[in-house]
Ligand binder design. Structure first.
Ligand code: HEM
Length: 445
């Protein structure tokens, strides 16, 4: 075989769907099995899409960082233009770069203290609602909280009354996306299938809310100092303001990317702690010694070390973004294998973060593994919950601060006793979600 046609090994698929049916049956297990059986580079085919699953950190580093110019986001992200449009997550090239630069100031360190007040303030509001002994679904509670926080910090909007509608609409839209990703030949979105109709209704509902916020702000003309104000004030080179449609796409993207992932991180952290009593006790002890009962602020972050390690561990074992990809826009090579233009490279945090080559007892939830600077000792791109390179998550620091402060605020007052009759099972939807939530009883400290 010549080098030019060399392909990594991989599981045999069917002639039509390739490996799609196996993938659909058990998405997470499928990737793990591929990595363990075939190694660092695995050939796959999803319908017409030729894919290499890459499990080698140096090659992942090349795709996301060193060779990033040879790639764009992969086909799956373009499967649902109705929801995200051309926002930061999906846009490309000069347009993406300009939008990224416009949005960046909203995530500057100088803005964090005000955000931190919202993180803690909304958490306290939630705690006032809770009663000791109450049964809750941890995921529902965390989603409601992070949605309120995202609306306030990004758009200075109060969506509390609409939180349920927003949550449901996002779920429908994401389910539609997942179904399309698992289909060899997705039907056009314009066809009136039940799923497409439900998707349209959900997107309309979200549009009403987001356009409502934009129009209200345009009318008010006030600079609230939040992300939306910055985007609204941004002038394009020819002096034109961003259109409502562009604003809508950016707002929708940030709304979606900025709240669910953090809610999941928190839910998985609570779940992990419920399985590790020692870690739970250490968290409580840290919160008591650092805060002594007072409300946390941004200045406490450096001393909330164990709380941070708990978040890092939740992001390791249950990464909300569990697999993502890139598509080659020119012929190139990855790990010595030729990658022709159009080919997709998949990289899986789920696989890498559980790889026994890099993590001892990888399936255990052990925040302490991060104690001696493991984060900096690991080879690059073994642990990448927020991605890497130019498309690194714009909200990384925001999300880390939010997760740590929310965790610390709640841990001062409550712990969760997870109800054993409701097993918690990771499900690979658009993000990594506990399939039936995390049912728990609130236990007062
Ligand atoms: C624990 C929480 C979060 C996780 C695990 C996470 C994960 C990620 C990952 C893996 C990417 C890279 C995707 C790729 O390269 O294809 C990404 C991008 C992005 N994230 Fe996050 N994210 C989180 C929180 C947030 C927050 C709080 C915001 C906003 C407030 C946000 C906004 C974005 C945006 C806009 C992008 C696209 C950036 C670009 O391409 O320029 N994320 N996120």
């Amino acid at each position: 075989m010549t080098v030019a046609t060399r392909r990594p090994p991989g599981p045999k698929g069917t002639w039509f769907g390739g490996n799609l049916s196996e993938f659909r049956r058990a998405r997470l297990d499928f990737f793990t099995r591929c990595a363990r059986e075939y190694g660092d580079f695995v050939s796959l085919r999803f319908g017409p899409h030729r894919i290499i699953l890459v499990n080698d950190p140096a090659a992942i580093d090349y795709v996301l960082v060193g060779g990033a110019r040879s790639f764009r986001k992969h086909f799956a992200l373009r499967l649902n233009p109705l929801l995200l449009g051309n926002g930061l997550l999906t846009s490309e090239g000069d347009f993406w770069l300009r939008q990224r630069r416009l949005a960046q100031p909203a995530f500057r360190a100088s803005r964090m203290p005000a955000y931190a007040e919202s993180f803690v303030g909304f958490t306290q509001r939630m705690l006032q609602r809770w009663q000791p002994g109450q049964s809750v679904d941890v995921l529902t509670e965390m989603e409601r909280l992070t949605l309120d926080i995202a609306a306030k910090t990004l758009f200075d909007a109060d969506v509390e009354s609409e939180a349920r509608a927003v949550g449901e609409a996002l779920r429908v839209a994401q389910d539609a996306f997942v179904a399309r990703f698992g289909s060899a030949l997705p039907l056009p979105l314009s066809w009136p299938t039940p799923r497409n109709l439900a998707l349209r209704r959900a997107v309309h509902r979200l549009d009403d809310i987001v356009y409502g916020i934009i129009h209200q702000r345009r009318r008010g003309g006030e600079d609230k100092g939040d992300l939306l104000s910055m985007l609204l004030a941004a002038q394009e080179e020819d002096g034109e303001r961003m259109t409502d449609r562009q604003l809508r796409d950016e707002c929708m993207t940030l709304f979606l990317a900025g709240h669910e992932t953090t809610a999941l991180t928190l839910s998985w952290a609570w779940y992990g702690l419920s399985r590790n009593a020692e870690a739970e006790a250490e968290l409580a002890a840290e919160v008591q010694s650092v805060l002594g009962g007072r409300i946390p602020t941004l200045a406490d972050l450096p001393r909330l070390k164990f709380t941070e390690m708990t978040v890092l561990e939740a992001l390791r074992l249950y990464p909300p973004a569990y697999t993502f990809g890139r598509e080659a826009i020119e012929d190139c090579e990855v790990g010595g294998y030729p990658v022709p233009k159009g080919m997709t490279i998949l990289m899986s945090q789920w696989v890498m973060h559980r790889d026994p080559r890099f993590f001892a007892e990888p399936l255990e939830f052990r925040p302490n593994r991060w104690a001696d600077g493991l984060l900096h000792k690991l080879p690059k791109l073994v642990y990448f919950p927020f991605g890497a390179g130019p498309r690194l998550c714009i909200g990384e620091k925001f999300a880390m601060a939010e997760a740590i402060l929310v965790l610390a605020t709640i841990a001062q007052k409550y712990r969760f006793t997870v109800v054993p009759e409701h097993p918690v099972v990771p499900a690979a939807t658009f993000t990594l979600r506990p399939r039936n939530g995390v049912k728990a009883v609130l236990t007062e400290r």
